[in-house]
Design a binder for this molecule. Structure first.
Ligand code: AMP
Length: 302
């Protein structure tokens, strides 16, 4: 089943202890779309500037992503800069330039309005809401957000959360949103705000998910080398939501598998800079990494 995603498409300048890139392809919607493309049809709603090379859109199309919802505006594209600490666990945002996103009013192409799965990737909650309002009775709506919006647009974010089924968010941001530290308590508070399920991304410590009466944990895959964690969260979201859309179910068993599918895509993402780790994967690579995840925590019966 098709997924509509709104989010940033960006040029990222990133420094990690293992190297740096300047104006490399990035953005939440870009990572999400590439990761989800291994599971089904993805339709992107975003805006890019006149500096956005056609080769980047070609890359998305090669992955079967529909790009008709990407508006081309005059001016520079969204730009973000970040630097990681020696252990890659802490990230400092050096700059966020919204540029063409500042005056963006998303308008969905008619064929996008029937999409049953909607993912509102990290972007201004007002834009997320405006996209959601244009989709006809979606089956499942998920969203991501970050401290920039939790602090900058708290009321708009609260309005949005009332209409969300699944919130996919970092642990620090979940704690900030809920105003407490204990993640079980955080989950209860956030689920009262609207989302029926909460997926907490915990960097190298993996993912803790709350749905129905259940909690589920997936580890981060221990990799020999991590080059750049940028986009791990969005790649996770793409694999997670892509899996749910492909199987068109979102019960507890599907949620568990989707969390691992997301973790697989995130693990490929961090092995390379920019989107390099998640382009041109084959289904065999994905299946093998999924199996590696299974073996990592399969301890058999007592
Ligand atoms: P992640 O590492 O998964 O949290 O996502 C990093 C991506 O988010 C980068 O490619 C950035 O371009 C994008 N990004 C950073 N800040 C923002 C923001 N305030 N709004 C939207 N996208 C952002």
């Amino acid at each position: 089943m098709s997924i509509v995603v709104v989010g940033s498409m960006a040029f990222d300048t990133v420094k990690t202890p293992y190297g740096e890139v300047e104006n490399a392809l990035g953005g939440a919607a870009t990572y999400f779309a590439l990761a989800a493309s291994y599971f089904g049809k993805v339709r992107v709603v975003a805006v890019v500037g006149d500096d956005f090379a056609d080769e980047h859109l070609e890359l998305l199309r090669r992955h079967g992503v529909e790009t008709d919802g990407i508006e081309h505006a005059a001016g520079p594209s969204f730009r973000w800069g970040g630097e990681y600490s020696w252990n890659l666990n802490e990230r400092t945002t050096l700059f966020t330039e919204l540029n063409v996103f500042e005056n963006f009013a998303p308008k969905l192409p008619p064929e996008f309005r029937q999409s049953p799965f909607v993912f509102l990737a990290n972007i201004d909650p007002e834009l997320q809401m405006s996209v959601l309002e244009q989709v006809d009775s979606p089956e499942l709506v998920a969203c991501d957000t970050m401290n920039f919006w939790i602090e900058g647009k708290p009321d708009q974010l609260r309005d949005l959360l009332r209409d969300i089924d699944v919130l996919v968010i970092n642990d620090d941001e979940a704690r900030e949103l809920a105003g407490s530290y204990n993640l079980v308590e955080v989950a209860a508070t956030i689920r009262e705000m609207g989302p029926t399920a909460l997926i907490v991304k915990r960097g190298e410590h993996g993912v803790l998910a709350f749905f129905g009466d259940e909690m589920f944990h997936a580890p981060g895959y221990p990799l020999e080398a991590v080059a750049d964690p940028t986009g791990a969260g969005d790649s996770f979201a793409g694999g997670f939501f892509g899996y749910l859309a492909k199987h068109s179910e979102h019960g507890p068993a599907a949620m568990r598998r989707a969390v691992v599918a997301g973790s697989v895509l995130a693990s490929f993402c961090v092995e390379r800079f920019s989107v390099e780790g998640i382009v041109d994967l084959d289904q065999g690579q994905i299946a093998r990494r999924y199996r590696d995840f299974q073996l990592l925590t399969d301890f058999g019966a007592l």
